[in-house]
Design a protein around this ligand. Structure first.
Ligand code: ATP
Length: 361
């Protein structure tokens, strides 16, 4: 059995709201797992069940092979960092870091050794005498992380720890947390609604929606092999273009152009979708301007362009369908012109419009 094991976990709140449905997951020791999904999808609820702050309504949760449903939060050997890092304002950084260990009655010299070590890992050595109010948001966040990891617990839980930081600090802290994880090696479960955080930090991502797990996989898996329309649209920025259409005589009509699907689906897969409604997907970054080999050639009217520096987002209107394309700024079209572009066959995704599940190739 894995280090953490979730078997058909459900959470039903006392008011009857079913927040988490049949959650199944195995986590190996030392993994960095990210729960991601829109607001209300049940990610914090699941994290709180792991911490022992919420009871599990149904199912079995195991830590290191031992059923943990009824083990209290203190005995679970977990440390948690919340959105609001709640440092003690009247205490120095040193005391904030030392406080938990002092409460446990750990020897002063051992506390000092650990505080200095953690401060070094987190780049806080020069700030140990300061009070939290004299620190930047990022430094405060590091103290909060330090306070959690100083306890040397096996499981480290973080609930949107970067949401109070500005965009630049978030990027820095993202790599710092990944780096700390590499150094400390504790099994980490990290909750966020930000797909970029999930993609850049996780060993594996759990995508949730409305209390249901949608897909579990590495960032690479989720990006290249999304199992359904939701994951396809959630992972990636700007999101994948998802155009509803129907299959007739082995082809779909997208933006007024007939696209033969035998280029992207096996004969069996193609037969399975004949006559059905499907969702035709391609990522904005998969397109290239003009015509290319082994690609569908489409065109649309340019409605808007957004120069972002490294690329330009081009919004096109293709008959009844709209799409966003990510192109090199030097090749970006002018507004209102017609723009021809290619979508490689290998970058096309087809989903069943009814079940929203990906059609295998
Ligand atoms: P967010 O990103 O907004 O924090 P989340 O994915 O973490 O969202 P949860 O906090 O896990 O979502 O909540 C999941 C669902 O359960 C939500 O619809 C929420 O309203 C509901 N919920 C949370 N706590 C309770 C509670 N104590 N009683 C009833 N329903 C609750």
């Amino acid at each position: 059995m894995a280090y953490l094991s979730f078997k058909d976990i459900n959470k039903i709140y006392p008011n009857g709201f079913h927040a988490v449905h049949d959650f199944n997951l195995e986590i190996e020791q030392g993994e960095f797992i990210v729960f991601v999904g829109p607001s209300g999808c049940g990610k914090s609820t699941t994290l709180r069940m792991i911490a022992g702050l919420e009871n599990i309504s149904k199912g079995d949760f195991y830590i290191n092979g031992k059923r943990a449903n009824d083990i209290g939060p203190r005995e679970r050997e977990v440390a948690m960092v919340f959105q609001s890092y709640a440092l003690y304002p009247h205490m120095s950084v040193y005391d904030n870091l030392a406080f938990g260990l002092s409460l446990q009655g750990v020897d002063e010299d051992i506390i000092e050794e650990r505080v200095l070590n953690i401060a070094k890992i987190l780049g806080l050595t020069d700030y140990l005498d300061r009070k939290p109010r004299a620190l930047s948001g990022g430094q405060r966040q590091r103290v909060a992380v330090g306070r959690a990891i100083i306890r040397k617990v096996g499981i480290f839980l973080m609930d949107e720890p970067l949401s109070n930081l500005d965009a630049k600090q978030r990027v820095t802290m993202r790599s710092e947390i990944t780096d700390i994880h590499r150094k400390v090696g504790a099994t980490t479960i990290y909750v966020t609604h930000d797909q970029t955080e999930a993609m850049t930090m996780a060993d594996r991502i759990v995508v949730m929606k409305d209390g249901y797990v949608q897909q579990i996989g590495t960032p690479y898996d989720l990006y290249f092999n999304p199992t359904n329309v939701f994951v396809a649209g959630f992972i990636g920025e700007p999101p994948m273009n998802l155009i509803r259409t129907s299959v007739k005589d082995g082809a779909v009509n997208v933006g007024g152009v007939s696209l033969p699907l035998d280029k992207v689906l096996s004969p069996e897969a193609l037969a399975s979708v004949e006559g059905k409604d499907v969702v035709f997907g391609f990522r904005p970054e998969a397109v290239s301007p003009g015509r290319s080999d082994d690609a569908f050639v489409m065109k649309g009217q340019v409605e808007l362009t957004e120069l972002l520096g490294d690329n330009t987002n081009v919004y096109v209107d293709m008959a009844e369908d709209k799409a966003i394309l990510k192109v090199d700024p030097r090749e970006a079209p002018e507004m209102d012109l017609e723009f021809e572009f290619s979508v490689p066959y290998k970058s096309v995704y087809i989903f069943d419009a009814e079940t929203e599940l990906a059609i295998g190739r």
